[in-house]
Ligand binder design. Structure first.
Ligand code: SF4
Ligand code: SF4
Ligand code: SF4
Length: 306
């Protein structure tokens, strides 16, 4: 038996149900992942495109992490899963340096190396891995690659499959149906990779988008509301409503950049899903706050780092 996973990128919708299910199954701390979904964008409006690419440990047949571990904490199980026995890990990180996929992290609470196990505790009981179970589009298939009658082997035989970083020579057992060649656009680090532009007039090329050098200034803070309680020193007849001098949209400054997670990049401003400046409240005589010159979008996807 040779267990593997097939992920059909044609039907992945980037919902992160898989990553959340994995986190829940293993109580994975904030900031680290066993499974995540990389977002890759390419092209320019109106031909822009976004790809969703779930990634996890590939349970490589020639696993360099296994070779690199000096304490033999990493082992291959009978059915091909590569697992880390945390009791034998001394956190030297040799495995992290050896893995071409960034699939291993140091658990910040237990201080041991950890990664995807192919949910061997579940599959041993006849259950699907948690991420496979949670996927609403069923684009993840888990099973025996050596059994020609299995669903995964049948689907792999009927479609052209690819692996991520085949050039690393590790013989991954996570296969992808990727007719648009999105895998070749993934960066190694982080969840969000730079926007890629492949289709130029003079042939394929890849360029990256850089964030603005100086972020837009947020609108000035509103002045304090005038006192209106009885006994205040306001002149008789003064009935200005509290907050009437506040600039429109001051509670949610349009164009403010959400914090990006480490290793992540913001999405490009043009054609993005960023919100327009908020409309002034009805009846407000206050002028609307000036729109910032540049409106960076919030980073899509998870902001965690590997
Ligand atoms: S993906 Fe990385 S951690 Fe997983 S088996 Fe391959 S080398 Fe090891
Ligand atoms: S197989 Fe299990 S450990 Fe691996 S990514 Fe899926 S849920 Fe996480
Ligand atoms: S749960 Fe399925 S559809 Fe959603 S991101 Fe994961 S693989 Fe894609």
């Amino acid at each position: 038996m040779r267990l593997g996973m097939l992920i059909d990128l044609r039907t992945c919708i980037g919902c992160h149900a898989c990553s959340v299910a994995c986190k829940s199954e293993f109580d994975v701390p904030l900031g680290v992942f066993r499974d995540t979904v990389k977002y890759v964008e390419e092209g320019k409006y109106p031909k822009a495109k976004r790809h969703f690419i779930p990634v996890l440990c590939n349970h490589c047949e020639d696993a360099p992490c296994l070779e690199a571990c000096p304490t033999s904490a990493i082992e291959r199980l009978e059915d091909g899963q590569v697992i880390i026995n945390k009791g034998d890990c001394n956190t030297n990180k040799f495995c992290m340096a050896a893995c071409p996929y960034g699939a291993i992290y140091i658990d910040p609470e237990e201080e041991v190396a950890q990664k995807c196990t192919f949910c061997e505790h579940r599959t041993a009981q006849g259950l699907e891995p948690a991420c496979v179970d949670a996927c609403p589009t069923k684009c993840r298939i888990f099973g025996d690659l050596d059994d020609p009658t299995s669903v995964i082997a049948t689907k792999a035989a009927a479609n052209r499959t690819r692996v991520w970083k085949a050039e690393a020579g590790t013989k991954p057992k996570v296969l992808y149906i990727d007719p648009q060649g999105a895998l070749q656009l993934i960066g190694h680090e982080g969840v969000q990779v730079p926007t890629a532009t492949r289709y130029e007039a003079n042939g394929p090329s890849v360029s990256t988008w850089s964030p603005p050098t100086s972020p837009p200034s947020p609108p000035a803070a509103p002045p304090a509301a005038p006192a209106s309680a009885a006994g205040s020193n306001a002149p008789a007849g003064s009935n200005a409503p509290a907050g009437s001098n506040a600039p429109a949209g001051s509670n949610a400054p349009a164009g403010s950049a959400a914090p990006a997670g480490s290793g992540s990049q913001a999405l490009p401003p043009a054609g993005s899903a960023s919100k327009p400046p908020a409309a002034p409240p009805a009846g407000s005589a206050s002028p609307a706050a000036p729109a910032p010159a540049v409106t960076p979008a919030s980073p899509a996807g998870s902001g965690g780092s590997k």
